[in-house]
Write a protein that binds this ligand. Structure first.
Ligand code: SAH
Length: 354
């Protein structure tokens, strides 16, 4: 049994069952045994991979979209370029390379990275050290100035609570202990003001997820963009509204039981984009755009062709497979969605403006 599982079992025996959110927090962020505290989880040797790790085209096109949004808003300087959960820094490195010739852009920006993981901060330092990034534990310390922000697969890692509809109330799914095993149970149902708006579109037994840490993050982002301009691009798996149990574990690129080995698997849940948009008032949220559609609108086909011309054999086949993986509806193209949040008077960033 892992040390973290023993600690969680002890806590449950002493204090009773814990929410899914508390379990996720301990598994992901426990200072000694937490998943993100102890490893770089990305890539072939890790547990999952992400769009920027699949192809350089992802970060390039996101970078160019942010730079165009900056130009469309009058090229304010200075401007913060920020990323939430930058992983290995790959997306940002590709974005900076692609925007090197946008006049004035790189002189105007300072780079800010919000990152909880020490191993990943070290990886980001190796990739982005030349640009002298400033690391933050939280968005609340980002500079009070125009903000261009990207968050790819960040919100899915923030803990969720799960509620099951019982009559007009909600029973919270709670993690308890049976002998040496962690098991899912239900708290007694109670009315819940936060989910009043979900009584209309759910039925008995339906599960809805909430993400308590997301709203304060969106509020801090919105406050800066509303006051000074900028835009926030959010890309993740999920949908406009959360419905159903999407709490999942990935280990060595396979789905695993999220309760089996606390701290050893990546735990995530789908993102409820409506909740992010609502927490970002007064910003205007674009409709959700599937990742494949966004990348096609930003010109991925042309970029893929240009890169393919310089490649042969296996490298060319790998590149074409990566293009398909990012864009095709059967792969990441449809499951992943993007949303942009901008001041109400500003044009939507490219790719979102149709
Ligand atoms: N955006 C990267 C990495 C996605 S993995 C990519 O697309 O490749 C999730 C990232 O969010 C990791 O960098 C992880 O360390 C970070 N993260 C997870 N929870 C966090 C939290 N509560 N605060 C800050 N960073 C967090």
């Amino acid at each position: 049994m892992t040390a973290l599982k023993a600690a969680i079992l002890r806590q449950i025996r002493a204090q009773g069952p814990m929410s899914v959110a508390e379990y996720m927090t301990q598994c992901l962020l426990h200072p000694r045994h937490g998943y993100y505290a102890t490893r770089d989880p990305l890539g072939a040797a890790g547990d999952f991979t992400t769009a920027p790790e699949i192809s350089q085209m992802f970060g390039e096109l996101i970078g160019l979209a942010l730079a165009q949004a900056w130009l469309d808003q009058g090229a304010p300087a200075p401007v913060t370029l920020a990323e939430l959960g930058p992983g290995r820094g790959t997306l940002m490195a590709d974005a900076l390379r692609a925007t090197a010739h946008v006049p004035g852009f790189q002189d105007a920006l300072s780079l800010h990275l919000v990152e909880a993981s020490a191993p990943l901060r070290a990886a980001q330092e190796a990739t982005l050290g030349d640009v002298a990034p400033v690391w933050h534990d939280s968005v609340t310390t980002l500079p009070d100035q125009p903000l261009l922000l990207i968050a790819n697969e960040f919100f899915d890692a923030l803990p969720v609570r799960q509620f099951q509809r019982v009559g007009d109330g909600w029973a919270e799914r709670m993690i308890g202990a049976e002998a040496e095993a962690l098991v899912m149970g239900l708290s007694p149902p109670a009315p819940l003001a936060d989910l009043a708006h979900r009584l209309g579109d759910t039925e008995e037994g339906h599960i809805v997820e909430t993400r308590p840490a997301a709203a304060p993050i969106m509020a801090a982002i919105a406050q800066r963009i509303a006051a000074h301009g900028g835009t926030a691009l959010i890309v993740d798996y999920g949908d406009w509204r959360s419905l159903g149990d999407t709490f999942q574990a990935l280990q060595a690129h396979e789905y695993a039981d999220p309760l089996a080995e606390p701290g050893a698997a990546d735990l995530t849940a789908h993102v409820d984009f409506e909740a992010l948009a609502l927490a970002a008032t007064p910003l205007r949220a674009t409709p959700l755009v599937p990742q494949g559609v966004l990348l096609e609108r930003l010109g991925v086909a042309t970029r893929a062709e240009a890169l393919a011309r310089g490649l042969e054999g296996d490298a060319r086949a790998r590149h074409l497979a990566a293009y398909r993986r990012l864009t095709h509806g059967d792969e990441m193209g449809h499951l992943f969605k993007a949303m942009a949040l901008s001041p109400p008077q500003a044009p939507a960033p490219p790719g979102f403006d149709v």
